[in-house]
Ligand binder design. Structure first.
Ligand SMILES: [Zn+2]
Length: 176
């Protein structure tokens, strides 16, 4: 019964089983699931801690030169081998624009200047994915292209001759 309620809540929140909280992160007591602020959430009966499921946020860079766009080939599942914008998760307390530039440097070896927000795209695409992604327009300042971290390769592609793309968000940015 409780499992059914939890499952229903997870579905309503777009959550998946990885986000199950069984113990209070503050005092270690087993949590109970209770309605708090309109949603069934993990609540600690000992210290009254309420666990809020925060969204996971990613940041990406759209870098274009002439008619070409810079893409990275994913080194990891899901969509390993497919291509996407340089991107990654925003750390707690981090400026998302700085996160986008940091991830780009980590994956491509290029230092970029963030120009402006291009789009904000919501919708988690897989269990370990982001709930929304902030896409920035960026320009290359310096560096030598070298794939690393989450990227197996980094290449420029003509906009009218793109490789297989990894995510719906990437497709939305580059095709839609
Ligand atoms: Zn507690």
């Amino acid at each position: 019964m409780v499992d059914a309620v939890i499952r229903k809540t997870q579905v309503a929140l777009g959550m998946s089983s990885y986000s199950f909280v069984k113990f209070c992160p503050r005092c270690g007591s087993p949590v109970e699931y209770k309605e708090k602020f309109g949603v069934v959430r993990p609540v600690c009966p000992q210290c009254n801690y309420i666990h809020f499921q925060d969204p996971k946020v990613a940041a990406a860079v759209l870098i274009e030169e002439d008619s070409r766009v810079l893409l990275v080939q994913r080194a990891n599942e899901p969509f390993r081998g497919l291509w996407t914008l340089p991107a990654g998760f925003v750390n707690g307390g981090e400026d998302p624009a700085e996160a986008a530039a940091r991830e780009c440097l980590e994956e491509t070896g290029l230092t970029v200047q963030i120009k402006q927000v291009y789009d904000v795209i919501s919708g988690r695409e897989h269990e370990r994915g982001a709930d929304f992604i902030i896409v920035y327009v960026a320009e290359v300042l310096s560096g030598t292209m070298a794939p690393a971290d989450d990227a197996d390769a980094v290449e420029w592609f003509e906009r009218n001759n793109l490789p297989p793309l990894a995510f719906k968000a990437t497709q939305k940015v580059l095709i839609a």
